[in-house]
Ligand binder design. Structure first.
Ligand code: PHE
Length: 338
C-alpha cells in the first residue's frame, strides 16, 4: 500500500528521475522483483490473494512508467530543462551565390525595370536558329569566326551545334510571337577556343531584343546608357564605335570608361581608359523577314554582352578560369542577400 501511493503520486519531469523510478520499481533488483521472490515463499492458500495484489501492483508501476515516458518524449522538456534558452543560438554558415549569378541577376533587374522580360532557349541549336536566320550567309567565314562546336555537320543547313550566342533565342521568340518584343536572353554559350586567362570554351551572355514600330538607334543608345549607369554607377561614360555583325545594321560596339581606375592605370583597360563591354545594333531587316516579321512596319535593336566580362570589370577579376574552378577561397568572397 505504501508503494502504491508512492507510484500514484510520482510525477517525474526529468529523464534521470524517471530512470530512477524504473530502477527502483521495475529494475532487475527492484521492488517488484523482490516481491515476486517473496511470493515464491508464501503458503499455497495465501498465493491467490497475494498474487492478485502483486499483479495489479506490477501493472500499475508499468503503466505509470510508460505514461510518464511518453509525456516526456512529447514535451522534449526533460532533455533541455537545463539549457539557458536566452543564450544566442549556434551560428550556421550560409553558402554564397556564384559571382556570375549575382551579376546576371543584377543585369536582369535593371532590364526588368525597363519592361524587358526574360526568355530562354536550348543550348543545342540547329543551323537556322544560330546562323542562317541571323543573316549569316552559308559558307561565310563568320560561322568560323565564332569557333563553333558542331555536333552534326554536313550540308550546312541541317547542322546541329552548341549555340555560340543567345541570339538564337531572339529568333525563336520572333518566330513564335507577334511584335512588340522586349526581352533579354541570359544563358550559357560555347565557342571552340583554347582555355586561358582571357578565353574559355564556354561563357555566359545576356542578349536583348526590342522590336516595335518606330524603334530607333536613339532608343538603343539611351537604353544601354541607362543600363551602364545602373550597373557601374552614375557618371560612368560610354562610347559607341562602328562595328559589324551579320544580324544588325548599323552595328556598334559599346565601351565604358574604366570603372576601376577611371583610366589612370589599373590595366583592366590596358591603360586606354575604355573597355568594350557589348555589341549592339539595329536588327537587320533580313532577320525580321526571316522570322516572319514585316520589316516595313517594324524596327528593332539588339545587343549582347558577356557576363564574365561585366563581372571582371566590377570585381577586378583577371582570370576567367576562376569562374569555373569552384575554388571556395574565390567563391566565398561573394556574399549577397539574393
Ligand atoms: N551575338 C553577338 C555575339 O555573340 C552579340 C550581339 C548581339 C551583337 C546583338 C549585336 C547585337 O557576339
Amino acid at each position: 500500500d505504501k508503494y502504491t501511493a508512492e507510484i500514484k503520486a510520482f510525477a517525474a519531469t526529468k529523464a534521470d528521475e524517471l530512470e530512477a523510478f524504473r530502477i527502483k520499481f521495475l529494475g532487475t533488483k527492484g521492488i517488484i522483483k523482490d516481491l515476486f521472490d517473496q511470493f515464491k515463499t508464501v503458503g499455497p492458500e495465501e498465493k491467490r490473494t497475494f498474487g492478485k495484489v502483486l499483479n495489479q501492483f506490477k501493472q500499475l508501476a508499468e503503466e505509470k512508467y510508460s505514461e510518464l515516458k511518453e509525456a516526456s518524449a512529447n514535451t522534449a522538456d526533460t532533455a533541455t530543462a537545463d539549457i539557458d534558452k536566452t543564450l544566442p543560438g549556434d551560428g550556421f554558415e550560409l553558402g554564397s551565390r556564384h559571382p556570375l549569378t549575382l551579376v546576371r541577376n543584377e543585369i536582369i533587374d535593371v532590364f526588368k525595370r525597363l519592361g524587358f522580360v526574360v526568355a530562354e532557349g536550348p543550348e543545342i541549336e540547329d543551323d537556322w536558329h544560330n546562323f542562317s536566320a541571323l543573316n549569316f550567309p552559308e559558307e561565310h567565314p563568320a560561322r568560323d569566326m565564332q569557333d563553333t562546336f558542331f555536333i552534326k555537320k554536313n550540308s550546312g543547313t541541317d547542322d546541329i551545334a552548341l549555340r555560340t550566342h543567345t541570339s538564337s533565342v531572339q529568333v525563336r521568340m520572333m518566330e513564335n510571337g507577334k511584335p512588340p518584343f522586349r526581352a533579354i536572353m541570359p544563358g550559357r554559350v560555347y565557342r571552340n577556343e583554347a582555355i586561358s586567362a582571357r578565353a574559355h570554351c564556354f561563357f555566359h551572355q545576356v542578349e536583348g531584343l526590342y522590336v516595335d514600330e518606330n524603334v530607333s538607334f536613339a532608343d538603343l543608345k539611351q537604353t544601354l546608357y541607362h543600363f551602364v549607369q545602373e550597373l557601374y554607377g552614375e557618371g560612368t561614360k560610354v562610347r559607341f564605335r562602328p562595328s559589324y555583325f551579320p544580324f544588325t545594321e548599323p552595328s556598334a560596339e559599346m565601351d565604358v570608361s574604366c570603372t576601376i581606375c577611371k583610366g589612370s592605370g589599373c590595366n583592366m583597360c590596358k591603360y586606354s581608359g575604355w573597355v568594350e563591354i557589348l555589341g549592339c545594333g539595329m536588327v537587320d531587316p533580313n532577320v525580321l523577314e526571316n522570322c516572319g516579321i514585316d520589316s516595313k512596319k517594324y524596327t528593332g535593336f539588339a545587343f549582347g554582352m558577356g557576363i564574365e566580362r561585366i563581372t571582371n570589370l566590377k570585381y577586378v577579376i583577371r582570370d576567367l578560369r576562376l569562374f569555373s574552378e569552384n575554388d571556395v577561397r574565390f567563391l566565398k568572397q561573394f556574399q549577397s542577400e539574393i
